[in-house]
Write a protein that binds this ligand. Structure first.
Ligand SMILES: NC(=O)c1ccc[n+]([C@@H]2O[C@H](COP(=O)([O-])OP(=O)(O)OC[C@H]3O[C@@H](n4cnc5c(N)ncnc54)[C@H](OP(=O)(O)O)[C@@H]3O)[C@@H](O)[C@H]2O)c1
Length: 303
């Protein structure tokens, strides 16, 4: 039986994949909220102080993380999170994203720990956009199919789990990960032209907002599916032009508008995978930050 009903101050939190982009922010935010001792996090290839080594393809969660019963929630971030890599390596990515994650879910439910699963916007086919939580999933990318398989597994084996369909995540650390910081490096590196897709639309969400809503959802004892998305649908070209405006570099960099199909992606990409965060905002009381304000913060941080 899943408990997961302990207030966060009473149960510990396990972050599986704490060394990744989202994991680093979530660990820091959780430690500030609950105290270092209440948060345990794992890594595979990228160690960090206090982290537990866990290769989910080769080890049993119970051996890697003793005393699972002490945790109220386990946030499952570990994954091969690169759609093209999943498409190129279907069997290897399945071992991690499906087989290993199902085994983790089994161990968690046996121990009464609530799984908090990081799913994705690409469980949708991109035909409609503006997706809400009860829209039917229909993934066209292998990565999205793997995530949708886990969502279905949770429905059957851990109906009280929390499923977070996370949109494209970016941050405002100029030295950090995510598409916006990457573009900032490209522009400050002197690029004269940048190719951007006008027909790939998503609802980019700030990594610090992701960390904050995960905590609020766990604290509120929430269950079921939430769309963790930014406040507005934006094409890649809209996003890049917003960054250029905040950098006061409009006109000095040529934006070459193109189709997402002009990029060498392993599989044809869905078009509009934007999701609505209304349910999330109502449940958490969070206002999701706009891309413009985050770009402004990034530019200020880089100055
Ligand atoms: N970032 C996004 O835009 C986004 C959007 C939607 C959904 N998501 C989902 O959110 C989750 C976190 O994303 P992210 O961007 O933080 O990913 P990331 O930076 O690629 O991090 C992946 C994490 O998985 C761990 N990992 C990889 N192989 C492993 C293995 N064999 N055993 C155990 N751990 C392993 C990595 O550990 P090491 O680094 O130590 O090897 C790392 O901690 C993923 O499930 C992703 O699908 C992300």
């Amino acid at each position: 039986m899943i408990t997961g009903l302990l207030p966060l101050s009473e149960g510990k939190i396990l972050v599986l994949g704490g060394s990744g982009f989202i994991g680093r922010y979530l660990r820091a935010r959780l430690a500030g909220h609950m105290g270092e001792g209440q948060v345990v996090a794992t890594y595979n290839g990228a160690p960090f102080p206090g982290g537990l080594k866990f290769d989910a393809r080769a080890e049993d969660l119970r051996q890697a993380v003793p005393g699972l019963e002490a945790f109220s929630h386990a946030v499952i971030l570990l994954a091969n999170a690169h759609p093209d890599d999943c498409a190129r390596n279907p069997e290897a990515s399945r071992v991690l994203n499906v087989t290993a994650v199902k085994a983790i879910i089994d161990r968690l439910t046996e121990s009464g720990v609530c799984p908090v699963f990081a799913s994705t916007e690409v469980v949708f086919d991109g035909q409609k956009g503006g997706y809400v939580e009860n829209d039917p999933v229909n993934p066209i990318l292998l990565y999205g199919k793997q995530k949708a398989e886990i969502e279905a597994y949770l429905e059957n084996h851990a109906p009280d789990a929390l499923i977070l369909r996370i949109a494209n995540v970016y941050g405002s650390d100029p030295a950090g990960s995510g598409v916006v910081a990457g573009w900032h490096k490209t522009v400050t590196g002197g690029a004269e032209t940048v190719k951007c897709a006008h027909d790939y639309i998503a609802s980019p969400v700030h990594v610090e907002d992701v960390a904050e809503v995960v905590i609020r959802l766990m604290e509120g004892g929430r269950r079921g599916i939430y769309h963790v998305a930014g406040p507005q649908p934006l094409s890649r070209q809209d996003m890049f032009e917003t960054l250029l405006e905040e950098m006061r570099r409009t006109g000095s960099v040529e934006v070459v508008s193109c189709s997402i199909d002009d990029f060498p992606t392993g599989e044809k990409r869905p078009r509009d995978v934007s999701m609505r965060p209304d349910k999330l905002m109502a449940a958490t009381g969070m206002e999701m930050r706009t891309l413009r304000s985050a770009c402004s913060d990034l530019v200020a941080a880089a100055a």
